[in-house]
Every structure is written in C-alpha cells, then in structure tokens.
Design a protein around this ligand. Structure first.
Ligand code: KIV
Length: 267
C-alpha cells in the first residue's frame, strides 16, 4: 500500500503520479487492477453518480457510504476522500470530527478539502493535528461554483498567478501532503509545482504538474458532458447502451434466453 512518503518520493524522482476517481466497489476494483497510484473518492460523485447539477448537495452520509464501498473494492490502494461542502466550513471541532469519520468509519487514508483562504488553512492544520493527511485543492474549486459565477478557468491573468502560488505555499506550510490544482493555465500549473515540494496533481492544469487526475466516468465515456482537458480512453457509454438495446431486442423477439442460457433444464 502506498503512503504519503510514496508520493513525496515519486515527486522527487520525477515519476508522474496517477490518481483516478472511484466511487463504489466495482470502479475501485478496476482502478486497483489498473494500478493507479491513488484513488480519489471525489464529491464529483454528486454529479456523475447521483445526478445533481453541482457537487454542493453531497453530504457526509454520501461520502461515508461511497468511501466505504470504494475501500471494499480497493483494499490495497491509498484512498483520499473528499470532504463535502459545509463539512469543514463551520468550526474546527466539526471539521476534525468529519475528517475523522472518513478515516475511522469509511477507511480512507486521507481527506481532501477545497480552497486556500485563512480559514481553510486553519482547517488543514486542525486535521493534520489529528494525524490525518490532507490533500488541498486550488484553482477552479467546484464547491465555489456560485462564487465564481460558473465553472471558469482561474488565474487567467498574470497578476492572479502570485496569489495562487502563495496559497499553494501556505497550504504546504500548513502541513498538507498533496495539492490538486484544477482549471488553471498550464504555466501556472507548472510554476506552482516548481514552487512547492509537496506533489501537485493537475486536472485541466496542463502537462507539468507532478501527476494527473481524471474522473472515472469522464475517461470511460460515461459522462453526459465532455471537457477539452479529458481524454476518453474507452467509449464504454456507447458500448453499454448498445448492449442494453441488444438485450431488449433479444427479449422482445424471444432470442433470449436461448437454449444455452437455460439455467436448469429437466432431462
Ligand atoms: O470531486 C472530484 O472528483 C475532484 C477532482 C475533479 C479533482 O475534486
């Protein structure tokens, strides 16, 4: 099983880190079989699994349920569980309790939270003080969708670069072991990865972050939306939908079950 030291060493050696989201037993089993370096149980599950428009409706109950299922499917892979919206915003006692539940009740190895404001840095410190590794998340943080006025690239202007790099440095100083950086210009992804010594994992942040993360449903062609930064590695959505149509046709016209699929036929 990987540890926080594995990822630190991977950054040092220059070997890219592979993170994939998974949300349940079967996606986690396949992610582990595919030998990803770590799994993220992202709150993107709100959109790709539960059908919400944003990640804001995801609850602690959802995250505990899906993280526990993911752990059952990937018993030997390092798992980061997202802290859902409002689970780390109210006070530090609640923040620590919620982070702890993802570890003790659901089996995560680490938690992830979004943002780099002073109160987010306090949250990172408080959770790390409970001996729980924290992955931070900067740039286009999806839980800020209403504040940003949509899912918009962050740090587009040169003058915004410094602020985001400083947030990355503060996050490292607060004790985070990893930083996800999403939806920023490639040059900023590179500069922030060079500025800090904890590994950066990019999504829509160009080629030069220390690793890359994709959403399971996006890379497998299962999502309804497509994004320029996603590479679809297999069109399993089309394959699955064709398979379902064939099943329907076979049942309607009596071709399924045929004799070889009869489970028990009396002689
Ligand atoms: O929720 C999620 O899947 C994420 C990744 C997109 C980084 O936060």
């Amino acid at each position: 099983m990987q540890t926080v030291l594995t990822f630190r060493d991977l950054k040092k050696s220059g070997e890219k880190i592979v993170m994939l989201t998974a949300y349940d037993y079967s996606s986690a089993r396949l992610a582990q079989e595919g030998e990803v370096d770590l799994i993220l149980v992202g709150d993107s599950l709100g959109m790709v699994v539960l059908g919400y428009e944003t990640t804001l409706n995801v609850t602690m109950t959802d995250m505990l349920h899906h993280t526990a299922a993911t752990r059952r499917g990937a018993p030997n892979t390092f798992i980061v569980a997202d802290m859902p919206y409002m689970s780390y915003h109210i006070d530090l006692a609640e923040t620590k309790r919620n982070a702890g539940r993802l570890i003790t009740e659901a089996g995560a190895n680490a938690v992830k939270l979004e943002g780099g404001s002073t109160s987010r840095l306090d949250a990172v410190k408080a959770i790390v003080d409970c001996e729980i590794p924290v992955c931070a998340h900067l740039g286009l943080t999806p839980q800020s969708v209403h504040k940003f006025g949509g899912y918009k690239i962050q740090g587009k202007k040169e003058e915004d670069f410094d602020a985001i790099i400083r947030q990355g440095e503060a996050i490292e100083a607060a004790g985070a072991f990893m930083l996800v950086i999403e939806g920023v210009p490639e040059r900023l992804g590179r500069l922030i990865s060079e500025a800090i010594s904890i590994p950066t994992i990019g999504i829509g942040a160009g080629r030069y972050t220390d690793g890359q993360v994709l959403v399971y449903h996006d890379m497998l062609g299962l999502s309804t939306q497509t994004f320029k930064f996603v590479k679809i590695y297999a069109e399993t959505g089309n394959t699955t939908s064709n398979a379902i149509s064939s099943f329907r046709k076979d049942v309607k016209n009596g071709n399924f079950p045929s004799v070889e699929h009869v489970y028990y036929k009396e002689k």
